[in-house]
Design a protein around this ligand. Structure first.
Ligand code: FA5
Length: 339
C-alpha cells in the first residue's frame, strides 16, 4: 500500500512544473487533512502488533514525500529564475542616450570653476568635506567661546554626542592651520548647515568655500586683490560689487563683499531681500587668537580668510532667482545645466 501511494505521488510530482501545483500536492499529501495525516490517525485503530511497522512505514512515506517535494521546489524555482533572466531585455550600455544621463549640479559646476581660478592663483584645494564637527572646531577654535553672542548668528543641528553639523567652513580653519606647511594658500569647500528660516536666499543646507592665506607680510590689500580677481574672472567684469565693514569674532578687521543682485539688476527683489545687493564673500585678517589656537605664531605670520557663499554665487552666476530650486531636484531647472 505504501509503495502504491509513493508511486502515485511520484507520477503527480513528475507532472507538476509550477509552484502552485507543488503547493497543491503538499496540501494533498502532507496537509492537516492530507493522506499522510489520515494514515497517522489510522495507527491508533491498529493492534499493538501492527502499530510499530505501520508507524515506521508512515514516517518513511512522510520523509520521502517531503524530500521529493523540496527537491522539486528548488528545481522549479531555479528554472523560473533562469527563464526570467533570459527574458530580460539585455541593455547595451553604449546605447543609452547621452541626453538622458544626469549632469553636474550648478553648485558643483560653480565649485569646479572656482577651484580652477584659485589653483591658477597658487591655492591648493584641501579636502575638508566632513560635515559633523566638534563644538571646538566650529566655535572655540575660531575665537567664539561658549556663551559668546556670535553663536546666536549660527544656530545649527546638534547630535546627542555633543557634536554638530558644521555651520561654516571656518570650522576647518584650525585643521588647516595645524596640518598645512607654511606659507598656507588654501581653499576648502564644503557643505554647511544652519537652523534658520528658509527663503529665496537662505537654505538650511548650503555650500561655502573657505579660503586662507597665511604668510609673512600679508595685509588686507592682498585680500582685496584676490577678491577683485576672482569676481572679474567669474563674471567677466560684468558685475558690480562693494566692500563694506563687517563683524566676525575670528577676523579683525572684518569685511563683507556684496554683489549687485543679478536677478533684479540692483532694483530690489526677493532674492536680495529688496536691497539690490547680496552678501557673498565675508572675510578679514585672521584674528591672532585663531592663529595661536592653530599653532601659528601671530608675531611671525599674518593671514586673511574668507568664507565665500558658494550656493549664492551659483544663484548669481546662473541667474537663478530662488535658492530652494537648487535643493529641490527640480529637473526643469537642473536640466538646463547639461553641457
Ligand atoms: C560665515 O559663515 C563666516 N564663517 C565667513 C568668514 C570666513 C568670515 C572667514 C571671515 C573669515 P556668514 O554667516 O556671513 O559668515 O556666511 C558666509 C556666506 O555664506 C554668506 O555671505 C552667504 O553667502 C552664505 N550663507 C550664509 N548663510 C546662508 C544660508 N542660510 N543659505 C545660503 N547661503 C548662506
Amino acid at each position: 500500500m505504501f509503495e502504491d501511494i509513493l508511486k502515485n505521488f511520484e507520477n503527480k510530482l513528475n507532472n507538476a512544473n509550477k509552484e502552485t501545483e507543488l503547493d497543491a500536492l503538499r496540501v494533498e499529501y502532507l496537509g492537516k487533512k492530507g493522506i499522510v495525516q489520515s494514515l497517522m490517525e489510522k495507527i491508533k485503530t491498529l493492534s499493538n502488533e501492527e502499530k510499530p511497522s505501520f508507524g515506521k512505514n508512515v514516517n518513511l512515506l512522510k520523509v520521502n514525500i517531503t524530500n521529493l517535494l523540496d527537491e522539486k521546489e528548488i528545481k522549479v524555482k531555479n528554472s523560473m529564475l533562469e527563464k526570467e533572466i533570459s527574458n530580460t531585455v539585455k541593455t547595451d550600455l553604449s546605447e543609452i542616450e547621452l541626453e538622458n544621463m544626469g549632469s553636474l549640479h550648478p553648485v558643483t559646476l560653480m565649485q569646479l570653476e572656482l577651484e580652477k581660478i584659485f589653483k591658477s592663483m597658487g591655492f591648493s584645494v584641501i579636502d575638508a568635506q566632513k560635515e559633523v564637527v566638534t563644538e571646538f572646531e566650529n566655535f572655540e577654535a575660531v575665537n567664539v567661546p561658549k556663551d559668546h553672542p556670535a553663536r546666536d548668528m549660527q544656530d545649527t543641528f546638534w547630535l546627542e554626542n555633543g557634536q554638530l553639523l558644521k555651520t561654516q567652513t571656518s570650522a576647518m580653519q584650525n585643521y588647516c592651520l595645524r596640518n598645512l606647511d607654511m606659507p598656507i594658500r588654501a581653499i576648502f569647500p564644503g557643505r554647511c548647515f544652519r537652523n534658520e528660516d528658509v527663503d529665496a536666499c537662505h537654505e538650511m543646507s548650503f555650500f561655502q568655500m573657505e579660503g586662507m592665506i597665511v604668510d609673512k607680510n600679508i595685509s588686507i590689500a592682498n585680500l582685496k586683490y584676490f577678491m577683485d580677481e576672482l569676481l572679474q574672472k567669474i563674471f567677466n567684469d560684468k558685475i558690480n560689487y562693494r566692500l563694506r565693514p563687517g563683524y566676525f569674532p575670528f577676523t579683525e578687521p572684518s569685511f563683507e563683499i556684496d554683489v549687485e543682485c543679478r536677478i533684479c539688476k540692483g532694483k530690489g527683489c526677493p532674492t536680495c531681500k529688496n536691497s539690490g545687493w547680496l552678501e557673498l564673500i565675508p572675510g578679514g585678517m585672521i584674528h591672532p587668537n585663531v592663529l595661536r589656537l592653530g599653532g601659528v605664531d601671530p608675531d611671525k605670520y599674518q593671514g586673511f580668510a574668507f568664507g565665500l557663499g558658494l550656493t549664492r554665487l551659483a544663484l548669481m552666476k546662473y541667474e537663478i532667482s530662488d535658492i530652494r530650486d537648487l535643493n529641490s531636484c527640480n529637473l526643469k531647472i537642473l536640466n538646463q545645466f547639461k553641457e
